[in-house]
Design a protein around this ligand. Structure first.
Ligand code: SF4
Length: 309
């Protein structure tokens, strides 16, 4: 049996940057993090052992003034900065620059169109409702943005009004393209349905879409699938709270049905029989990969556990 770790797996640039910021700031004294710094329980635990304390929004309102709070890569809505300022809390802003840029674009779009009273615009975010990044994006529009996850939810939009579509950074490119096609089709049907005059043609023209998906994630799908195909058995290491891990795991599974989701090295024992059966084939290749929130050290521990077998 040979065992290898996918070189394209592991923390993306934004998560690495936030974790480095936390480690650096911990050496200057006590530090809180608003929400899990990364959707990986093992990494959260490692940083908590170094002194990082994870808090929620209620805690933010009761922390002592001058406390230092790190904002993770997902970003935050303006209200978080406002509360911190009111309470004299020091913010260590580790928002990923890619997310920050997206927040700025959405805010600029909102500011440019919020007073269009004749045809009130709709800012639409293709994303997961309640996800931390999406909450931060909605906040740029005074929470007026509509969040949709798929084409089944298009009835929530008014096609007689302008639509400005953006995407959460970790969504799939294919899903975004499907959504764009579906909106274009609904806009066309609206104009052709006899609702012409001012609303018809205007409505058809006024659809702007911005593919704001982070290529750090999108490019991983093809690489992960190649890796999964090149191995007999694949262990995908990810946190159960990570939506990115679930999406990437399913892509691996599509490429190789012998792909298994695990969150810790101990879970390898649940799959021992599958490995032993494969071991009878003289050159069984076992691959280990993970999400953008999976630390390399965890994948290395999984490798060590596999090698014991
Ligand atoms: S996935 Fe992209 S946008 Fe999200 S934190 Fe990582 S680098 Fe930033």
């Amino acid at each position: 049996m040979t065992c290898s770790i996918d070189t394209n797996s592991g923390f993306c640039f934004g998560v690495t940057r936030a974790i480095n910021a936390a480690e650096g700031e911990l050496s200057n004294g006590s530090l809180y993090c608003l929400g899990d710094i990364v959707h990986n329980g093992q990494e959260v635990k490692r940083l908590e052992l170094l002194g990082l304390r994870t808090i929620d929004y209620d805690d933010l309102r009761t922390l002592p003034s001058h406390a230092r709070v790190l904002l993770r890569a997902h970003g935050e809505p303006p209200s978080t900065y406002w509360i911190a300022q009111q309470r004299g809390i020091e913010i260590i802003d580790a928002t990923c620059p890619v997310v920050k840029k997206l927040q700025d674009r959405i805010r600029a779009c909102y500011e440019a169109h919020k007073n269009d009273e004749a045809l009130p615009p709709q800012i639409v975010i293709y994303g997961k409702p309640g996800h931390a990044e999406v909450i931060g994006l909605q906040g740029q529009t005074n929470n007026t943005a509509i969040v949709i996850e798929n084409t089944d939810q298009l009835d929530r939009l008014d096609f007689s009004r302008p639509i400005y579509l953006f995407s959460q950074t970790t969504k799939s490119v294919e899903g975004f393209q499907n959504l764009v096609e579906a909106i274009l089709q609904r806009k066309r049907s609206y104009s052709e349905s006899g609702l012409t005059g001012e609303a018809g043609p205007t409505a058809q023209r006024s659809f702007e879409y911005h593919d704001t998906i982070c290529r750090n994630v999108a490019n991983r799908v093809a690489q992960l699938q190649d890796f999964a195909r090149a191995n007999d058995i694949v262990f995908f290491v990810g946190g159960t709270k990570s939506s990115n891990a679930k999406v990437l795991f399913n892509h691996c599974l599509e490429a190789n049905p012998n792909t298994f989701f695990i969150s810790s090295p101990e879970e390898i024992t649940n799959h021992k029989s599958k490995i032993i059966n494969h071991k009878s084939n003289s050159d069984c290749k076992v691959g280990i990969c993970g999400a953008t929130s999976t630390p390399l050290w965890l994948m290395e521990q999984v490798k060590a556990e596999l090698e014991k077998l």
